[in-house]
Ligand binder design. Structure first.
Ligand SMILES: [Fe+2]
Length: 300
C-alpha cells in the first residue's frame, strides 16, 4: 500500500511538473506575444469608426460626411505607407470633406515630396482643412528637439493643397446652407488665439459651427465661444488601454475626453485615437480613421 501510495505520489509529481513546465511555457509565450502584438500588429491594424452625430439644429437636406484624420506622426516608427493606407480607406468612405487635427510629424519632416503625394490623394477628391498639433513645431516642440517653428508643416500643407485654419475660420457650403469651420492653434504650443479664430464666425445660431482643436483640453479655454462640435486628436486614445486602469498614458488633464464621442455641456466633442503613435506601441487601442455623419438633431 505504501508503495502504491508512493507510486501514485510519483505519478502525481510528474504530472505536476509537466503542468508546471507547460504553464511556464504559456507564460513565456504570452510574455513574448503581447509585446510583439503591441509593437508589430496593433499599431498598423487600422480601424474604421463610423459615428453619427446629431448636429444640425435646422433641417438638413442630407447628412454631412466628414472624414476626421489626426496624429499621423510620420517618424521612424510610423511609416508613410500606414498614412497612405489611412488616406485611401478614408477616401473609400466617400466623405464630403476631410479634416486633419494636427501632429503630422513627430519630430522632423522626412520624405516631404512623398508625403505631399499621399496628401494630394485627399485634396484631389475633397476639400481638406487642418490645424497644427504640439509636435508640428513651435515652443513645445523646440524644447523637445523638434522644429522651433511650424514652417515645415505649413509648407507640407501648402504643397498638398490643405487649408490651414490657424486661429481662423471658413464658411463651407452644405446643400443650400453654410456651416463654419473654426480652427485654433495648439494649446501646449501656446498658439491658441480664440479672439482671432472666432472673429469672422457667426456668433448667433447658424447652420452649425465645427471647431478644430488638436488637444481636447482646449475646450475649457473656448467654452465661452460659439460652437456645437469640437473635433480633436492628441491623445492617441491613450495608446495603451488596460483593464481596470483605463488609459493612464493619455496626455490630457480631463480623461473623460480621451476618445470617442462625448457630451460637454450642451455640445459634442469627438476625439479620435488617430492614425500614428509615439514609440511604436499600441495595445487595446487601434489606430482610427473616423467617418463622421453629421445629421439633423431631433428635438424632443
Ligand atoms: Fe499626437
Amino acid at each position: 500500500m505504501s508503495r502504491l501510495g508512493v507510486g501514485r505520489l510519483s505519478v502525481h509529481m510528474k504530472l505536476s511538473r509537466r503542468q508546471f513546465i507547460a504553464g511556464l511555457a504559456g507564460v513565456a509565450t504570452a510574455a513574448c506575444a503581447v509585446p510583439a502584438y503591441a509593437r508589430w500588429i496593433e499599431p498598423r491594424w487600422l480601424s474604421i469608426d463610423r459615428v453619427t452625430i446629431p448636429f444640425f439644429s435646422a433641417t438638413a437636406p442630407h447628412p454631412l460626411r466628414v472624414l476626421h484624420l489626426s496624429d499621423f506622426h510620420l517618424s521612424r516608427v510610423v511609416p508613410l505607407t500606414l498614412i497612405e493606407r489611412a488616406v485611401r480607406v478614408g477616401i473609400a468612405g466617400q466623405p464630403d470633406l476631410a479634416v486633419i487635427t494636427g501632429d503630422l510629424i513627430t519630430k522632423e519632416l522626412h520624405q516631404h515630396n512623398a508625403y505631399v503625394r499621399v496628401l494630394r490623394e485627399l485634396t484631389d477628391r475633397m476639400p481638406v482643412y487642418a490645424v497644427l498639433g504640439n509636435h508640428d513645431g513651435g515652443r513645445w516642440a523646440r524644447a523637445r528637439g523638434g522644429y522651433p517653428d511650424t514652417h515645415a508643416v505649413r509648407g507640407l500643407f501648402a504643397h498638398s493643397g490643405i487649408h490651414l485654419l490657424h486661429n481662423a475660420s471658413v464658411p463651407v457650403r452644405h446643400g443650400d446652407r453654410t456651416l463654419w469651420l473654426i480652427g485654433v492653434g495648439d494649446l501646449w504650443a501656446d498658439e491658441m488665439d480664440a479672439e482671432q479664430a472666432f472673429r469672422d464666425a457667426p456668433g448667433t445660431a447658424s447652420t452649425g459651427r465645427i471647431l478644430l482643436a488638436h488637444n481636447p483640453d482646449s475646450k475649457d479655454a473656448l467654452g465661452d465661444r460659439n460652437w456645437e462640435l469640437m473635433l480633436s486628436g492628441h491623445t492617441h486614445g491613450g495608446q495603451v488601454a488596460l483593464p481596470f486602469l483605463g488609459t493612464p498614458m493619455a496626455p490630457v488633464r480631463d480623461h473623460r475626453y480621451v476618445s470617442g464621442l462625448n457630451r460637454w455641456r450642451d455640445r459634442w466633442i469627438y476625439t479620435t485615437r488617430g492614425v500614428g503613435n509615439l514609440h511604436g506601441i499600441r495595445f487595446n487601442c487601434r489606430p482610427e480613421i473616423s467617418l463622421l455623419e453629421l445629421t439633423e438633431a431631433t428635438r424632443s
